[in-house]
Design a protein around this ligand. Structure first.
Ligand code: NZQ
Ligand code: ZN
Length: 395
């Protein structure tokens, strides 16, 4: 087991009607002028935004709202929010929504605490982040895990770049999670969320050569739980207990618990972010579209790891490691298809041109500077090859 530091400071407030606690929790933390961020309107239609702002008012705090965050949120929009938050004199940022809203809230929090520094300067690490504004979340979709993660992902439209920064300043002070709020999430987004949760766990799991039994068992248990309950919520989004399981999996998959002693890879995310940067596809769907090609490229170099995954997560009885690994990959792809996710870029919605394949590989390799995966070195040429293998739909 490798050395590790595990620190997960977010206060989790989980369960029915917990959104009513937003105001008093912010007040207890010393917030007084709350900038409330939301997305395209689902929280307006459901009445959640009203309930949250009412709780802020009842706690005696001032607030201003800022909506319009889109999936694959842009830095340009976050800069707009940051200017409004500065003008309002915000001392606390609250995201009411999913990963896109929470990441925008984190960006606004960093911007407000660092006047005159652009979000690009922060994201490109030209200016190291040394302070931020308190930020918290009322979560409305189980997917990105931003509610407990140390990450925030933005798209810089003019630069054609989508990417994240990892910093402890990205940790939410609290995350309110009421599974009942997720009943209205569209099924495609629920399935993309299930995929993203699986991927956050698998991106930490497929690192060979390290003995890490407890962390492996947590990861495998999480994967079995999200597969089982993912099926249930797609049949019946009103199934509170199943939704609660998936929601809790979302947070635990990305608060670093499943990397303790092993570390993380996140190479599939690099492939996915490039697809979102170029075509603006839903995050979880981009991961499903490339995962099989990624796994097929690598499993022969880590057969025992893929075989263990197949046996522990999918119940494969096959004793030969290579055959078990192949079965595990096939079962994962079949699950993605079953829940309506693509298993190829074609099914995602596009057949990239040769130039677009070059561009995708350039984005995923950060202009040919990155070497991906912890299984074997995957550079620009191999990344392009994996994209090519991922294009065509298979029977
Ligand atoms: O905008 P609204 O109207 O709220 O609609 C959203 C949006 O269209 C809808 N939705 C959310 N909750 C709903 C709902 N609709 C009805 N009822 C509800 N209760 O779902 C759509 C997707 O929302 P979004 O916030 O984009 O989803 P998600 O949580 O998957 O976030 C995706 C973003 O997070 C980033 C992704 O790259 C992507 O940009 N990620 C952030 C990470 C992090 N900060 O740690 C890690 C992830 O790997 C990921 O990269
Ligand atoms: Zn993700």
């Amino acid at each position: 087991m490798n050395n590790f530091m595990y620190y997960t400071p977010t206060r989790v407030i989980f369960g029915r009607d917990t959104e009513a606690e937003a105001g008093q929790t912010i007040a207890a933390e010393g917030g007084s002028r709350v900038f409330v961020v939301y997305g395209g309107g689902s929280v307006v239609r459901s009445g959640l935004l009203d309930r949250v702002t009412k709780s802020i008012e009842e706690a005696g705090l001032a607030f201003e709202t800022f909506g319009g965050v889109k999936p694959n949120p842009t830095a340009e929009h976050a800069e707009e929010g940051r200017a409004k938050a500065e003008a309002f004199g915000a001392d606390y940022i609250l995201g009411v929504g999913g990963g896109s809203v929470i990441d925008t809230s984190k960006a606004i929090a960093h911007g407000v605490a660092n006047p005159g520094v652009s979000l690009w300067e922060i994201w490109s690490k030209k200016v190291p982040l040394s302070k931020s504004t308190p930020v918290s979340a009322v979560l409305t979709i189980a997917a990105a895990g931003s509610e407990m993660s140390d990450s925030a992902v933005l798209t810089f439209v003019e630069r054609g770049f989508k990417g994240g920064i990892n910093t402890e300043f990205n940790r939410c002070r609290f995350a309110i999670m009421n599974p009942a709020l997720l009943a209205t999430v569209p099924k495609y987004q629920l399935a993309a969320g299930v995929t993203d949760i699986m991927m956050h766990t698998m991106e930490r799991y497929f690192i060979p050569g390290i003995s890490c039994e407890m962390t492996d068992e947590i990861a495998e248990g999480l994967l079995r739980t999200v597969v089982k309950n993912g099926r249930l919520i797609l049949k019946d989004p009103e199934n509170y207990d199943a939704m609660a399981e998936v929601m809790w999996c979302s947070s635990l998959s990305h608060n670093n618990l499943t990397e303790c002693g092993r570390g993380k890879d996140f190479s599939v995310h690099k492939f996915g972010h490039a697809l979102s940067a170029l075509y603006d596809y839903t995050h979880g769907a981009t991961l499903a579209a490339v995962w099989r090609a990624w796994a097929e490229y690598l499993y022969e170099d880590a057969p025992e790891r893929f075989a263990r995954y197949a046996r522990k997560v999918w119940g494969t009885a096959e004793e030969d490691d290579l055959k078990a690994a192949e079965e595990g990959i096939a079962k994962t792809a079949a699950f993605f298809s079953e829940i309506g996710m693509p298993t190829s870029i074609e099914e995602l919605g596009v057949i990239p041109s040769e130039e677009e394949l070059d561009k995708l590989a350039e984005l995923a390799s950060a202009k040919k500077t990155l070497t991906l995966t912890r299984i074997k070195p995957v550079r620009y040429a191999e990344i392009r090859e994996i994209y090519v293998n991922a294009v065509k739909k298979r029977g």
